[in-house]
Design a protein around this ligand. Structure first.
Ligand code: HAM
Length: 429
């Protein structure tokens, strides 16, 4: 009996992994340019970390977390991380990273887990590339993160994205907005879905995020949060907008964007693509100035984002990438003595940094040449009994379709030299 994988959990197979590596490498380069360091945090955390940070009334905490009781005596509840921010902040507070260096720019890559309904661009295990800046409350860093994302999209060749921007205010001004919104919703309560009616009192902003048609219709006319910002939040938001204008980064205001996590304040954003259907956010994030303190640390501001790997791969259409690794050399051997000669030579060549492939069983030269071609080898070294006796092998340059003799006793130096030239020509094609 075959055992299949779990619904919403997918494999990334050879042929696809090259696209992933390409994206990850570009991300690492950009993060280095913006002075970010990598952080690696556990996949499993105490459940309360997420309920306290993401918020009890969010979809994620209410119904999407993979939570289970640990085998310990207390039956402590553990959860597979649904996102990275909470874990990063927990680690930051636990290690007191702020003691040594007041500003931390951190990035992470890895799988996240949400029990959502799987569909195109939406999985139950999905990968995020995320970044968090802790210790900076200024608007420059908000703009910097958006520019970093924009640079990243250009570098990987992703275009046609829209940046949507909003401010969610802070503890000073949001309560006033919350009240006004709640009053507005109360008047129209009957038209809202059961879920929104239930949680409206505890978290009216969630209603703005509801995808039910009735709720979307009602909230069309809802008051805008941008009309309620206090002076400090207003100044902050205007500064972010000015910096984006000065650096010519286009954006669209979206005062209805509330995000699916409760820790946000002030600047929030989403990069969306019209080509992704309903799961249109490629990257999203914002500021969370109260979170470090909520998780037991000092009052230190934070801001960050995360992007969805699968969605980037989908948009780049790189699923069937041609960037699969290619051996530089294929060693075709014929006869047992040639095999015995070839195995240690292949080992030495690999040690010398050359990507080499050879067969483990006797095959005709014709079938080996076909295989070398399929693998995309640049050079093929042909060695049979006759070649061994003469101390001379045959090299075939697969790109140029040329063939010549080489001396077998200096084969490593010879091949290293040839492959440098072949590599240059190969890349120029
Ligand atoms: P989020 O908006 O929940 O934010 O997720 C960020 C991105 O992860 C989304 O824009 C999307 O590309 C991807 N994503 C989310 N859920 C799925 C899914 N089920 N399947 C595939 N991709 C998905 C956060 O997670 C915040 N921690 C971002 C952040 C960091 N805010 C501040 N710092």
């Amino acid at each position: 009996m075959k055992i299949s994988g779990i619904k919403g959990f997918s494999d990334v197979l050879p042929g696809e992994t090259e696209a992933w590596q390409f994206i990850e490498e570009r991300a690492r380069e950009i993060f280095a340019r913006y002075n970010f360091s990598e952080i690696r945090i556990p996949i499993l955390e105490k459940t309360e970390l997420f309920s306290r940070s993401i918020g009890e009334t969010t979809d994620i905490v209410e119904k999407e977390m993979y939570t289970f009781a640990d085998q310990d005596a207390k039956g402590s509840l553990l959860t597979l991380r649904p996102e990275g921010t909470a874990g990063v902040v927990r680690a930051y507070v636990e290690a007191e990273l702020y003691q040594v260096e007041p500003v931390r720019k951190l990035f992470y890559l890895g799988p996240m887990f949400r029990r959502e309904r799987p569909q195109k661009g939406r999985l139950r295990q999905f990968y995020q590339i995320g970044a968090e800046v802790l210790g900076r409350g200024d608007p420059l860093v908000d703009a910097e993160l958006l520019l970093l994302l924009s640079d990243f999209f250009v570098t990987v060749g992703l275009d046609g994205l829209t940046l949507e921007l909003n401010s969610l205010g802070d503890v000073q001004c949001r309560p006033r907005y919350r009240q006004a919104l709640l009053a507005f919703l109360k008047e129209r309560g009957k038209k809202l879905c059961a879920n929104c009616q239930r949680r409206m009192d505890r978290n009216p902003l969630r209603v703005l995020d509801c995808k039910e048609e009735g709720c979307m219709k009602v909230t069309q006319e809802a008051p805008s949060i941008l009309g309620f910002l206090c002076t400090a939040c207003q100044d902050h938001f205007e500064a972010v907008e000015r910096l984006l204008r000065e650096t010519r980064l286009d954006y669209k205001l979206n005062p209805r964007m509330v995000r699916g996590l409760d820790y946000y304040c002030r600047t929030t954003f989403e990069w969306t693509s019209a080509r992704l259907g309903s799961q249109n956010a490629v990257a999203a994030g914002g500021r969370y100035d109260g979170l470090v303190q909520d998780l037991g640390g000092p009052s230190i501001p934070g801001v960050g984002f995360a992007m969805g790997m699968e969605r980037i791969v989908l948009l780049l259409g790189m699923k069937e990438t041609k960037r699969a690794p290619r051996p530089s050399l294929y060693l075709a051997w014929v006869g047992a003595p040639a095999e015995a000669w070839a195995f240690p030579v292949v080992h030495r060549l690999r040690r010398a940094g050359i990507a080499v492939e050879m067969e483990g069983e006797e095959r005709s030269l014709k079938s080996q040449m076909r295989r070398a071609d399929k693998l995309g080898a640049k050079l093929v070294l042909i060695v049979g009994e006759e070649e061994l006796r003469a101390g001379k092998g045959i090299i075939r340059d697969m790109d140029r379709k040329e063939q010549f003799e080489v001396s077998l006793d200096r084969i490593e130096e010879d091949l290293s030299k040839r492959l440098v030239t072949a590599n240059h020509e190969h890349e120029a094609r």
